[in-house]
Design a protein around this ligand. Structure first.
Ligand code: BGC
Length: 417
């Protein structure tokens, strides 16, 4: 006979999933750093509390490039996972190839269109039908800093312009610290470059270059100037950036080895997991010259076609819990992002999250809201890959001029479009 407590748990789980069968769904994601894993685990636990089983398919590698490569090979061999973390236009690409299912049933029942920003919800639909569920909104254009290191370097406030940034970097270096923590991986290079480009050219220029892929913008003086500033940043980093993971770079700021990092707010997930307090131990501010802008990056989980009714139900249960108000609050506090639902109160969120929410609304009204190219929100995967190649090669080649890099950018984008 089964022990009483097992029966009780079984009954509770059966009640949780209602009439449908409890099912196992495999979930591919790339949330493997300290803060990310904590947040992913919350999702797993909530799904399992509904009686389903989360089969973890974590593929390490910030930014998700490795995860996307693994997803392709699983799909080609006819065995994709039931759920995969995919973003922006790439969701459409998978949908158009016929891989994705339809979760309109839950979206309509819960009236998602009423509380999701229209522009963001559009990325999760294929031919007008929800095929994915958005989880959060990450802001890319952040500058993170260790307060003690700034203090020891004689710096009171974070730099507002790139000139101020380079002047501060000099002081930080003289005080014996690394000014800017960085990981030399193509997606991190592109993250930093995107932020420099936004600040240098403004939102309209960013859209012309990185959304419309306008050849004139790609080879313009503004592009050349952005590339020069970007390359100059290399001098503010340490010599060991090659291949370093983003969270190792964040840990250099946390431990006080480095002063600052330019990174999306998943970095805050690392500060939070390390028990640090914003405003006291670390600062978050818009990166130089991007105060009125918001480069957005929305994580979504796409639902692959499944034959099993139980699995389809599990996909919809997962989507439903992701968008529940409670989960939006607890998850986003751990992940560093803000809720994708606009009706979740932020009263007990930290000041960086509150600032992010305000910046999102202001940028939406003022025209400063732009999709992140570095994080797959702006262009197709092939164009994104072409941009990554040029940016990284330029960053690592001391002899390549900014003018040459701009020409290469335009031709690489043309070839990939
Ligand atoms: C994702 C984040 C993730 C980060 C680092 C970004 O592209 O949107 O959720 O934390 O990569 O892995």
């Amino acid at each position: 006979m089964k022990p009483i407590h097992t029966l009780a748990v079984g009954a509770a789980l059966a009640a949780a999933v209602g009439q449908a069968n409890a099912a196992e769904i495999e979930v591919l994601h790339w949330w493997t750093s300290g803060g990310e894993a904590k947040a992913a685990n919350m999702l797993k636990q909530k799904l399992e509390a509904k009686g389903h089983t989360w089969k973890d398919f974590a593929v390490a590698g910030g930014g998700g490039d490795s995860a996307m490569t693994v997803l392709k090979s699983r799909a080609i061999s006819g065995n994709p996972p039931a759920v995969a973390q995919i973003k922006g236009p790439l969701i459409q690409e998978w949908g158009e190839m016929g891989f994705l299912g339809n979760i309109d049933e839950v979206a309509e029942k819960e009236n998602w269109n009423a509380f999701l920003p229209e522009r963001l919800a559009a990325d999760d639909k294929v031919d007008g039908h929800f095929a994915a569920v958005p989880v959060n909104i990450h802001r890319i254009n952040w500058l993170w800093a260790n307060t003690e290191v700034l203090e020891k370097s004689g710096i009171d406030t974070l730099p507002k312009t790139w000139d101020e940034f380079f002047a501060d970097a000099k002081k930080i270096r003289e005080a014996g610290f690394i000014p800017l923590a960085h990981g030399g991986q193509p997606w991190q290079d592109a993250t930093v470059f995107e932020v420099v480009l936004m600040g240098t050219g403004g939102a309209d220029f960013y859209r012309k270059a990185f959304v419309d892929l306008d050849p004139e913008a790609l080879t313009s003086d503004t592009m050349v100037e952005s590339l020069k500033t970007f390359k100059k940043l290399r001098g503010t980093m340490d010599p060991d950036i090659a291949g370093r993971d983003w969270n190792i770079a964040t840990s250099m700021v946390i431990s006080g080895k480095a002063a600052m990092q330019i990174m999306g707010d998943w970095a805050k997930g690392e500060f939070t997991a390390a028990g640090l307090e914003p405003g006291k131990d670390y600062l978050c501010e818009a990166a130089p010259m991007t105060e009125h802008m918001f480069s957005y990056n929305v994580d979504s989980f796409a639902m692959f076609q499944v034959d099993d009714e139980g699995q389809h139900q599990a996909q919809m249960d997962l989507a439903s819990l992701i968008l529940s108000k409670d989960f939006q609050a607890t998850f986003n506090k751990a992940k560093g992002s803000i809720p994708v639902r606009m009706d979740v109160p932020l009263d007990d969120f930290d000041p960086c999250a509150k600032a992010s929410h305000e910046a999102f609304l202001a940028a939406q009204d003022g025209g400063g809201l732009v999709p992140s190219l570095a994080h797959g929100m702006a262009v197709s995967a092939s164009v994104q890959g072409a941009v990554f190649d040029v940016i990284t090669n330029f960053f690592n080649d001391p002899d390549m001029s900014a003018e040459t890099a701009a020409e290469r950018l335009a031709s690489a984008v043309r070839a990939a479009s």
